[in-house]
Design a protein around this ligand. Sequence first.
Ligand SMILES: [Cu+2]
Length: 120
Amino acid sequence: MRRSVSVAVFFAAAALGIGAWSAGAKSPGAAAQQKTDAPEVKIDNFSFGPATLTVSVGTTVTWTNRDDIPHTVVSSDDPKTFKSKVLDTDEKFSFKFEKAGTYPYFCSIHPKMTARVIVQ
Ligand SMILES: [Cu+2]
């Protein structure tokens, strides 16, 4: 009796594990569907949106300042991969990503504003 209960528990746990695995396997496909050829990042209310943008190599990303406060778009690496001038309201900055990698960036005026672009 005790043995059959533990076998049942084992199979239940295995089924849950498979369920979790297949649910997890779906998420990369869902992320890939968010890719566009001319992705935009909106700067508004002291934040970059989306905070993580995934694009293909060779994609040009455009940032637009929708805030009523000036912001910049500056990569966190050194030397800087990209660095915008100060963007006033509705000004744009574009950068073409030629190499795969993860590119964290921030606003040099408000360094707590951070986000990243993932290039695949
Ligand atoms: Cu800013």
